[in-house]
Design a binder for this molecule. Structure first.
Ligand code: 3HC
Length: 323
């Protein structure tokens, strides 16, 4: 139990902490149990935020292989340690969050979840295979939600065998900090499923917005082309990486410049998004593949996660730009 004086000071200091604390005092969500499939950069954050909300009796974190499960678990523990360090949560709260997640590599553990969020890599064939499998494992009334950043929700819904119970929930990196979730409906999604999912987004402390199943939804449709424009500037040698980033930070008030952000998101993720778009929508002039992005992918330089991209990285710490 967090003392009320402590609660007040945490709430005053930080809005995120307010959510962690308030969420425990509010009614439970419509979903008793939630499963998160894929514990990478996005999935571990979604899992953590769902657990932190205190709205679910069960939160199951699922990965196909133990090595990925362990990696996701240590990411969650690292993030909780950060929140604890900065006094955004109490040690009791940290223990509660960590203790409320069940980790599993056995998909049958997902059989009874009410709501399942998928956050695996952006490969439509892999996702389709996964949904075919989950469709047979999970109870028929369970809602499936994909955190895809750019793929068609409709395509996945149709393969899942439960198109009316299928939505998109698009979170932003770092999930623990970014306040938005886009909730996406297809022409098949039932109104009840959409409304429950939208409410879930709010229940776990996010601001939810609605969007149709359109490439990139709202944020990525606007954000990713602007990152590509910054990379095209690099291709043309219009300005240095450092100056492009500095300009957007200081001239437009962005928290990170576009090349820094691309490294932070992962150049592979940026590449997957744009590659899919240029293949599927060749006539859309906003969707272009910069040469420097392709070169970095070919060289295995994926940004923060590999220690090199437009910048050098030492873990989460950004170093010099690679001009
Ligand atoms: N877990 C917990 N807390 C975290 C965290 C994590 N994983 N990451 C950061 N934080 C906390 C820090 O502890 C810090 O707390 P404090 O306010 O108490 O000091 C706070 O967040 C800010 O972090 P930092 O001090 O390390 O650094 P910044 O002040 O530069 O903020 C940032 C980092 C929040 C990432 C900020 O730079 C930012 O908003 N950048 C833009 C991010 C963005 O645009 N994300 C969306 C990308 S698009 C996307 O994800 C969609 C996908 O489909 C591609």
């Amino acid at each position: 139990m967090i003392p009320s004086i402590c609660k007040k000071s945490i709430e005053k200091a930080l809005p995120n902490a307010t959510r962690f604390v308030h969420s425990r005092l509010m009614s439970s969500s419509s979903f008793d149990s939630v499963g998160v499939v894929g514990l990478g950069l996005m999935g571990h954050g979604i899992c953590q935020v769902a657990a932190a909300s205190g709205k679910h009796n069960t939160v199951i974190a699922y990965e196909t292989e133990q090595i990925f499960l362990d990696k996701g678990r240590s990411r969650i523990e690292g993030s909780i340690a950060k929140l604890l360090d900065r006094e955004k949560i109490s040690s009791e709260e940290a223990d509660r969050i960590l203790g409320s997640i069940t980790y599993s590599t056995d998909s049958s553990d997902l059989a009874s979840v009410d709501f399942l969020v998928e956050a695996v890599i952006e490969n439509i064939d892999l996702k389709k295979e996964l949904y075919q499998h989950l469709g047979t494992v999970c109870k028929p009334e369970a809602i499936f939600a994909s955190n895809t950043s750019s793929l068609s929700i409709t395509d996945m819904a149709e393969i899942s065998g439960r198109p009316e119970n299928f939505v998109g929930v698009h979170f932003f990196n770092p999930v623990q900090v970014m306040k938005l979730v886009e909730v996406i409906r297809t022409e098949h999604t039932s109104s009840d499923v959409f409304d429950k999912t939208f409410k879930w987004g709010e229940d776990i402390g996010k601001v939810a917005v609605k969007c149709g199943d359109t490439p990139g939804f709202i944020v990525n449709r606007l954000l990713v082309p602007s990152l590509m424009q910054a990379m095209l500037m690099v291709d043309r040698r219009d300005a240095t990486i450092k100056d492009i980033d500095l300009s957007l930070q200081l001239g437009a008030g962005h928290p990170m410049g576009p090349l820094h952000l691309a490294d932070y998101i992962g150049l592979d993720t940026c590449y997957f998004i744009v590659n899919g778009w240029t293949d599927n929508f060749p006539d859309e002039s906003a969707f272009v593949m910069p040469a420097c992005l392709k070169e970095k992918i070919d060289a295995g330089h994926l940004g923060r996660k590999t220690g090199k991209g437009f910048y050098e990285w030492d873990g989460d710490k950004r170093g010099d730009s690679i001009e």
